[in-house]
Design a protein around this ligand. Structure first.
Ligand code: UDX
Length: 432
């Protein structure tokens, strides 16, 4: 099929590329000329494992192309996906100006029937607004359908998630676009659920909020574990074996971050509020998440007493493993708070150092994880990159002025670390 994706951010670029890989002919549109030129020249605006190879392969095969012209994109396809940002406003509600702008552009470019699919994460009832906007701005009474098709991909695993989705959600207001939407997703052999548009939009916010809630739940349990001397990983393993609960998203940490969970939670709280329903449960999820960072910092203070003037090594800057994304990264917040107190930092991340430098210019950036501990008073693990498990601990112990490690991601075995001579403070494992 001929498909157009408007917006080549994480969601748009992965979606367009994976559609092309499945055999569709895809036009990716972005109003950022520099980004379009970069992509045309074979460059990548983001780090996403497996994506560059697929972009190259499908561009070469003539199934994937890039343009800055919405007109060209709309004319070239029957199905037009909107994948533009929906950033938060200062009060936590969603800025829908990009969605509105693109809806107007599509409306004025339409000359024949189009299926306009929203892939961006939007508040419930946005589809209705998109339909109203297109009706108002279309030049002739050309027919169209609006569809909600939320995306559930995780950064760092986006290609895999797209190719093997747990489910495909298609929200429609008439049966007309259903067959075409099913054809778009036919190559993936995933279960398809067809709903009304409002339900589809709610599925996205309800899912992300639930996952964030799951993390805050285990983080709250981690506090009880520290008070009682229990081990949060054992508790999570035991809970996760219940098929109704599942083990995923039960890893205690210094909190969740990223461009989705914090933003989507705030948005969902605002959306519910605007409908007269206070969602106190989600407010608590936010509170627990913020407290988790405070508690981690307290551990550092309780151990080091004064942070000012000390040199600390930090492993990990991205908001999680397998990405170079530092947006709302707990690791960055941690660094900023330590710097504010007068600490000196030596930092390392396998992928995110370039992006981190832009928001965090002060630390010393180190190019090898095993060099970070050199001359430091303590080492901190802030992101769950799997390679940190292969850290040369013997060397770290010798390099540190005192063998102290604060682990915000529970990467090592507590007993083993004690045996190696470390004072090792992690999350929810043994008395704090
Ligand atoms: C999330 C959703 O998973 C995805 O479905 C949605 O489309 C976008 O938002 P993403 O933000 O890429 O994806 O990251 P995810 O892997 O979900 O992790 C989010 C945050 O939670 C990270 O900071 C991660 O470190 C943290 N996390 C995750 C935990 O602290 N504990 C866990 O058990 C899992």
């Amino acid at each position: 099929m001929n498909l157009t994706i408007i917006g080549t951010g994480y969601v748009g670029l992965v979606t367009g590329t994976c559609f092309a890989e499945a055999g569709h002919h895809v036009i990716c549109v972005d109003n950022d000329e520099a980004k379009v030129n970069l992509l045309k020249a074979g460059g990548m605006p983001i780090y996403e494992p497996g994506l560059p190879e697929l972009v190259e392969k499908n561009t070469a095969a003539g199934r994937l192309r890039f343009t800055s012209s919405t007109q060209e994109g709309v004319e070239g396809s029957d199905v037009v996906f909107i994948a533009v940002p929906t950033p938060p406003q200062p009060d936590g509600s969603v800025d829908l100006s990009f969605i509105e702008g693109v809806s107007r552009e599509i409306a004025s470019a339409m000359t024949a029937y189009k299926i306009v699919v929203d892939k961006s994460t939007v508040p419930v009832q946005t589809g209705e607004k998109v339909a109203e906007t297109i009706k108002r701005y279309r030049k002739t009474k050309v027919e169209f359908d609006v569809v909600s098709n939320p995306e559930f991909l995780r950064e760092g695993f986006a290609v895999e998630d797209f190719m093997k989705p747990d489910r495909v959600v298609i929200g429609v207001s008439s049966p007309r676009p259903v067959a075409a939407m099913k054809e778009v997703y036919a190559p993936y052999q995933a279960p398809v659920i067809v709903t009304d548009i409002n339900s589809a939009e709610l599925i996205k916010h309800a899912s992300n909020s639930f996952l964030a809630l799951k993390i805050s739940y285990i983080n709250a349990i981690s506090v009880i574990c520290e008070k009682s001397g229990a081990n949060v990983q054992e508790v999570a393993n035991g809970m996760g074996m219940d098929a109704r609960i599942g083990r995923e998203f039960l890893d205690a940490s210094l909190g969740f971050g990223g461009s989705c969970f914090p933003k989507d939670l705030s948005a969902f709280i605002r959306i519910s509020e605007s409908m007269g329903c206070r969602f106190g449960l989600l407010e608590e999820v936010q509170r627990i998440n913020a407290a988790q960072m405070d508690r981690f910092l307290k551990k550092i203070h309780d151990t080091l007493w004064v942070v000012k003037g000390k040199t600390l090594g930090v492993l990990g800057l991205a908001f999680k493993q397998n990405t170079d994304d530092v947006r709302m990264s707990p690791a960055i917040e941690l660094c900023q708070r330590l710097l504010k107190e007068g600490a000196r930092l030596r930092v390392y991340d396998p992928q995110a150092m370039e992006k981190a430098r832009a928001v965090l210019p002060e630390p010393q950036y180190v190019s090898d994880m095993n060099d970070v501990a050199e001359g430091c008073d303590a080492l901190i693990i802030a992101t769950e990159w799997p390679q940190f498990k292969r850290l040369d601990l013997e060397r770290a112990r010798k390099c540190l002025s005192h063998p102290i490690i604060f682990d915000g991601r529970n990467m090592f075995d507590t007993e083993e670390m004690e045996r190696l001579g470390f004072l090792y403070k992690s999350i929810g494992r043994g008395k704090a």
